[in-house]
Design a protein around this ligand. Structure first.
Ligand SMILES: [Zn+2]
Length: 269
């Protein structure tokens, strides 16, 4: 398994021999990095068995269309997410909503990166489909198990990777984000969820998984029991405290995540 911590969001390569499953794939502008990570794993992009999408936001599903168009690779999601992945409907934090919060320097910075990487682009993978059943997923490299975690989006799905005792949580549970000053397991800011209450409730499903490695959609991988990670996230506020415009300190107060690919050995609460 290869966990790639991209410039803004993460993706995962699950290999079995020459074949692999790709979970998410960054912004459209991250395609060269995604292809690099596949090459670094010694794999051929055409050998992808499937691209699994946790949810159809452009920072996660941005390169799925490439794999579908270039190599006829199945792009799969859970049924409620399908209209968004196909581009028939749209569910994403709006520019107006971001600008409404733009007094926060970190929000501005996040919006800027998003724009540069193709965040204003639309996700539209017309050939995308929902997986038929659990058996179809189990047959893929990495044998992912779908864990419905609606809330961030209507059809958001996490993937339990039993052999690795890991969970790919997408945006249902993250360990950092450009606009968050917190580190470690946490929910995204409530403004990013289509149903913030649902996002909190979905933590329950993640907390039941027997896993010791959290592979989030944003932030570094963390070696931690999922039950513990969920407990940490539940205790944290989901909306950053308001800061005054004149507040001193470095712009944004965070460092842009660096591009690397590794699973840390250390643990974090
Ligand atoms: Zn998202």
């Amino acid at each position: 398994m290869l966990f790639a911590e991209g410039p803004a969001s993460n993706w995962i390569i699950l290999r079995r021999g020459e074949a692999f499953t790709l979970i998410d794939g960054g912004y459209p502008g991250d395609l060269p990095l995604v292809l690099d990570s596949i090459a670094e794993a010694g794999l051929d992009p055409a050998a992808a068995a499937a691209v699994l999408v946790t949810h159809a936001h452009v920072d996660h599903a941005g390169t799925a269309g490439y794999f579908a168009a270039a190599f006829d690779i199945p792009v799969l999601c859970r049924a409620p997410e399908l209209p968004y992945l196909r581009g028939e409907d749209r569910e994403q934090v709006s520019v107006a909503r971001i600008l409404g919060r733009a007094w926060q320097p970190s929000v501005l910075h996040w919006g800027w990166h998003a724009l540069l990487a193709g965040g204003a682009g639309r996700v539209a993978v017309p050939t995308a489909r929902a997986w038929h059943d659990d058996a179809e997923l189990a047959a893929l490299p990495g044998s992912p198990v779908a864990v419905p975690t609606s809330g961030h989006t209507p059809g958001h799905t996490s993937f339990y990777l039993q052999a690795a005792a890991a969970v790919a949580t997408g945006d249902a549970l993250v360990t950092g984000h450009a606009i968050s000053r917190q580190r470690g397991p946490q929910l995204l800011d409530a403004m990013f969820h289509s149903d913030a209450g649902g996002a909190r409730r979905s933590l329950g499903a993640l907390g039941k998984l027997d896993a010791a490695l959290l592979l989030p959609g944003h932030g570094p991988a963390v070696r931690t029991g999922l039950r513990q990670a969920v407990g940490t996230a539940r205790l944290r506020p989901t909306r950053a405290r308001k800061r005054r415009l004149v507040a001193p300190g470095p712009i944004g107060g965070f460092a842009e995540p660096t591009y690397g690919r590794q699973v840390p050995e250390g643990s974090e609460g």
